[in-house]
Design a protein around this ligand. Sequence first.
Ligand code: AMP
Length: 280
Amino acid sequence: MQIIKNQKEANEWVREHTKNGQTCGFVPTMGALHDGHISLITKAKSENDWVVASIFVNPTQFNDPKDLINYPKTPELDHAALENSGCDMLFEPDVAEVYDNSYVFPTFDFGGLDQTMEGAHRPGHFNGVAMVVYKLFNIIPAQRSYFGEKDFQQLAIIRKMTNDFGIPTTIIPCPTMREHDGMAMSSRNIRLTPEERKAAPILFKSMVACKDLIDKYGLEKALQLTKEGIELSGVFKVEYVEIMNPDTLHPVTTTIEPGRSRIFLAVKASNTRLIDNLCL
Ligand code: AMP
């Protein structure tokens, strides 16, 4: 695997490797890689001739400066995991390479997709995400780009941004990888205390159980019981539990559509914040 830090060289690498009609799949990440990330690499590998990953902890998407400072970094392990999973090139720029002063970013309009959930709780977060992904898409002209449903709202926003700007890459959604006990894999999980880690499966279990609660008690009461159930663990404080239309990301207010409506949650533990979602 080749590691490239310079944007011009990374762009040339992709253009050179795809000049005879070969395809390239792109997997952007913030590093501290786990099997969820690797599942994206594996999928990209199965669908393209070449796979490019990026590792860049993007400062503009962190609304909490402490979260940015504490974001886990495991570069040696990441390089080995990418190499082993068949990644062909890693683009690993520093901050000045991505945010050089000469670059002019467009203004993004997410058509309201950013008004709920993560957008409502993390001011500026999605603008920062769109900035970095827009720039990465310019540097890495891949035919396909892979994003996890773990960050479902981010996936929706990137899909819209890609469409709005006519960026010629196809966005491929990938399912959420979970630990055996149901906890969604996340780079932030290593910041959980042992007690929080032990309690974490309640998040997945509560999302699964919510469907039955809706059938029994209706939507509003089911959401209230789900929130109370999670907080009874004594270790998580719920920021939101909501059921959304997967296209508009607006709350479902009356009846859910099985197989389409999605439950989303965000909770705070002592040192970290976790998000998860599930199709009902
Ligand atoms: P991150 O490094 O957290 O920015 O994530 C990079 C990519 O991996 C994003 O598209 C995420 O949605 C995806 N991802 C993160 N966690 C998981 C997971 N547990 N399963 C599948 N994809 C994931």
